[in-house]
Ligand binder design. Structure first.
Ligand SMILES: NC(=O)c1ccc[n+]([C@@H]2O[C@H](COP(=O)([O-])OP(=O)(O)OC[C@H]3O[C@@H](n4cnc5c(N)ncnc54)[C@H](OP(=O)(O)O)[C@@H]3O)[C@@H](O)[C@H]2O)c1
Length: 310
């Protein structure tokens, strides 16, 4: 078996959607910063997408190329990243497996999906390729297709795939999170609950807030809520969830909680959210000892959904 003679590190990205673009932009800016001469190979089902991204990434010293076919990604020396939707990854891996070149050491293939494990890449593994997963714990949108420094990436896979994943995470300025066996659904449920939940909570809060500040426009209201959410995140990052908890439940302010429940009675979804999240708030408040046992019991009764026994 001949080793591929490639001096420049090269990474192939298959799928130039939000995540593919974020990997491409962040890798290119990291390589540029390090003065690294490297190569990025891009393919997307819509050719115009890969070409547009190539134009955006045109940087002296970096070779960024749009590939004619996904099978050309086997030229990559560091890794092939499959930045494709959940349902597409396994059939796509099966398609690639039919064209694996012989007689060369090939780069590991990593998919970026949170839920799926490496079994989605079984057909490639059967052809002798290393397979893994490199999932950004970052909500990637078309509006901001970048990874900030210190983003964590869930990683899993064969030893060579893990090495490639760690090397990429290092280049991206991120932090690797080694995933346990078959932990995909639990890991991804946690990530989705948080990333989507924060957005949904801001939406709920905004709907409640709107009529309370009728002279304030949408943008100002959103900015106000985002700053409030940031203050909570800042407090969690400094001292953890127990220390970060503020508000009526944390203080054991029973009458205030009663007032909130009255205010929410015409909004069943917000009321449900308040009751459900209130139970976790109460647990945190008890664990840190910021409310006494009686106040805790009274608040627990208040926030328990009517008819619910526990
Ligand atoms: N967005 C996030 O916050 C996030 C975070 C972590 C992980 N992920 C995971 O990363 C993966 C990509 O997510 P994304 O947000 O980048 O999705 P996306 O923006 O919808 O992009 C999906 C990409 O897949 C391509 N594609 C769709 N169907 C295809 C098919 N049948 N054959 C070949 N290519 C196809 C699209 O191609 P064209 O556009 O060229 O047609 C596009 O490039 C998913 O598995 C997702 O779960 C997403």
């Amino acid at each position: 078996v001949k080793r591929a003679k490639r001096v420049r590190p090269s990474v192939a990205i298959l799928g130039c959607g939000a995540v593919g673009e974020a990997f491409a932009l962040t890798l290119v800016s990291a390589w540029r910063h390090e003065g690294q001469r490297a190569e990025l190979l891009l393919w997307s089902r819509r050719r115009s997408r890969a070409r547009r991204l190539c134009e955006k990434l045109a940087v002296p010293g970096l070779d960024v190329r749009a590939l004619d076919a996904p099978e050309d990604a086997f030229e990559a020396s560091v890794a092939v990243l499959l930045c494709l939707p959940d349902a597409v990854i396994a059939p796509f891996a099966a398609r690639l497996a039919r064209s694996v070149p012989r007689g060369r050491v090939l780069a590991p293939v990593l998919h970026t999906n949170g839920l799926l494990g490496t079994e989605a890449l079984d057909p490639l593994q059967r052809e002798g390729l290393a397979a893994g997963k490199l999932h950004p714990l970052w909500a990637v949108s078309r509006a901001y297709p970048h990874f900030l420094p210190a983003v964590s990436f869930g990683i899993a896979g064969d030893p060579p795939a893990l090495r490639a994943a760690r090397a990429l995470v290092r280049t991206l300025g991120g932090r690797p999170l080694l995933l346990g066996n078959r932990s995909g659904p639990r890991y991804h449920a946690a990530a989705s609950l948080l990333a989507g939940g924060v957005v949904a909570l801001i939406e709920q809060a905004d709907r409640l807030l709107g009529p309370a500040v009728p002279s304030v426009d949408d943008r100002r209201r959103r900015d106000a809520l985002v700053m409030l959410a940031r203050s909570s995140l800042l407090n969690v990052s400094i001292g953890g969830t127990r220390a970060a908890l503020t508000g009526a439940i944390a203080r054991g302010a029973e009458e205030t909680v009663r007032g909130h429940l009255r205010a929410l009675r015409h909004d069943p979804d917000a009321l449900d959210a308040y009751r459900v999240l209130g139970r976790t708030m109460l647990e945190l408040a008890r664990a840190r000892g910021s409310i006494d046992a009686d106040a805790g019991r009274r608040i627990e009764r208040l926030i328990r959904a009517p008819g619910r026994k526990r």
